[in-house]
Design a protein around this ligand. Structure first.
Ligand SMILES: Nc1ncnc2c1ncn2[C@@H]1O[C@H](COP(=O)(O)OP(=O)(O)OP(=O)(O)O)[C@@H](O)[C@H]1O
Ligand SMILES: [Mg+2]
Length: 464
């Protein structure tokens, strides 16, 4: 059954149920008609029994002279005496007793209904009632033929047996068409889904206008397609951007090497070429690491190893790392003292903070300040500078992968730094954001979860 098409299965179930309903209806109808006919026959019998009893009480005879028409209609009567002999009867009956001796005995005690009798011949229904007349105890038996009743029932059964299958066939056909109509939108969606290829995910399934389960399913599937399309587009852009970013340093390395091989060079220029190649190799490996981190996040396999640590310690360490570069550029890194203790994956937080300070050094100017604020269950770490800040039309896209403001395009960098900052913050159930300060300069922040404060710990304050 489960291998049959759904439409056929629905029709078969419907037809089965319909057959049961029709059979039950037919059964009830036949029984109702039978009992109603029996009731009518019984009423007739009782009325006639009363008539005949009255007749017998008035005169010794009278049945013999009853009009023949009565007998022809199938009605007849017989009066039996106490010994069971025929005392009187309507014409057309032979001299045989209509009741058996046992029935006669029972009828003498009270009315007796013999629902169906007539050995071999026509079926009849009898009603026997005792009556005291002519100085003795007589039994009046009235009878009616059941031929009419039986014929009516036979006709009804015949009609039901002939009409039932037709009704069943008709209902099944309707069921078949209704099931087909109901499943048509599903088939339409299926064939469209079949045609949607992995290359072009912009197509959507046709959703029926009715607001039913099928249209709900269609909408849900379309939303799913939309999400798959978004992910695919992002993936493609990621791969395209990544290869583009990899190409630039590789081309530089190649050019540098070719130049060094072509012309005879002094030792100093060769060393400079090698240094430049080394720098590009560093950038390449940094890029590869950034890409790997983002790919891990996308795959959902980035695991954090959080530890409880003083935030001041982390910030101080990172600031020290950038100390020389800042000094060389004539810049300063100010770190506010903080006693906040956080639950973080230290290398990841250091990576994110490093990206922020690197950005402030590279894209901003003036003093770089690292401050912390306690906000609910989180610590917010802000890195501010005194440069030009984010271009307003770019600010909203700053955290997207490979996004760089026009001014930054000429310089080094792939545009992954802030994407990683946000990824690290979100991996810690935190957030990241960027704004321009009122007095000028950028304010970029991320938040990480606070741990229980450790009062004894000495926070590090670094001033570079
Ligand atoms: N402190 C800042 N001041 C002004 N603009 C900034 C600042 N930080 C970031 N930006 C802008 O945001 C862009 C994105 O920064 P992000 O760190 O993601 O990339 P990047 O620094 O260009 O490259 P990468 O960090 O991958 O080496 C930068 O290119 C720059 O235009
Ligand atoms: Mg950066």
């Amino acid at each position: 059954m489960s291998r049959l098409p759904l439409r056929t299965r629905l029709t078969l179930v419907f037809a089965g149920a319909m057959a049961l309903v029709l059979a039950a209806t037919g059964f009830v109808l036949v029984n109702r008609l039978a009992s109603s006919l029996d009731h009518t026959v019984d009423q007739g019998l009782r009325a006639r029994a009363a008539d005949v009893s009255a007749l017998v009480q008035q005169a010794d005879s009278g049945l013999r002279s009853a009009p023949r028409g009565t007998a022809e209609r199938g009605d007849f009567a017989q009066v039996l005496d106490s010994r069971g002999r025929v005392f009187d009867q309507t014409p057309g009956l032979d001299q045989e007793r209509l009741l058996t001796l046992a029935q006669l005995r029972s009828a003498r005690r009270g009315s007796l209904l013999v629902p169906r009798t007539g050995d071999g011949g026509e079926a009849v229904r009898l009603l026997a009632t005792p009556v005291n007349a002519q100085g003795q105890k007589l039994v009046v038996v009235v009878g009616a033929s059941l031929a009419g009743r039986d014929q009516a029932l036979f006709d009804l059964r015949k009609e039901l047996l002939l009409g039932g299958p037709f009704a069943l066939l008709f209902a099944s056909l309707i069921g078949y068409f209704v099931a087909g109509a109901a499943l048509r939108p599903v088939e339409r969606m299926r064939s469209r889904a079949d045609a949607i290829s992995a290359r072009d995910l912009s197509e959507r399934l046709p959703v029926p206008r009715a607001r039913d389960e099928i249209s709900a399913l269609g909408n849900t599937l379309n939303q799913l397609l939309g999400r798959i399309e978004t992910v695919r587009t992002r993936e493609r852009r990621f791969v395209a951007d990544a290869s583009h970013e990899l190409r630039t340093p590789l081309a530089l390395v190649r050019a540098e090497v070719e130049l060094a091989l072509e012309s005879p060079r002094t030792e100093a220029s060769l060393e400079a070429a090698l240094r430049s190649v080394g720098e590009e190799a560093d950038r390449l490996s940094q890029l590869a690491e950034d890409l790997l981190l983002l790919a891990r996040v996308d795959e959902g396999v980035l695991t954090l190893r959080p530890e409880t640590i003083g935030l001041g310690e982390v910030i101080g360490g990172i600031a020290t790392r950038f100390e020389r570069r800042a000094r060389d550029a004539g810049r300063r890194i100010d770190v506010d003292e903080t006693r906040l203790v956080v639950d973080v994956d230290r290398p990841r937080l250091e990576q994110a903070l490093g990206n922020l300070i690197e950005n402030a050094l590279r894209h901003g100017s003036g003093t770089i300040r690292v401050t912390t604020v306690e906000r609910g269950a989180r610590a917010e770490i802000h890195v501010t500078d005194e440069g030009g800040g984010f271009p307003t039309d770019f600010q909203a896209r700053a955290f997207e992968r490979f996004s760089r403001a026009d001014e930054a395009r000429s310089g080094p960098g792939a545009g992954l730094g802030l994407a990683i900052v946000r990824t690290v913050a979100e991996a810690h159930d935190g957030e990241a954001g960027a704004a321009n300060r009122e007095g000028g300069g950028a304010d970029v922040w991320l938040s990480v979860p606070l741990a229980e404060p450790v009062p004894q710990r000495r926070d590090v304050r670094t001033r570079v």
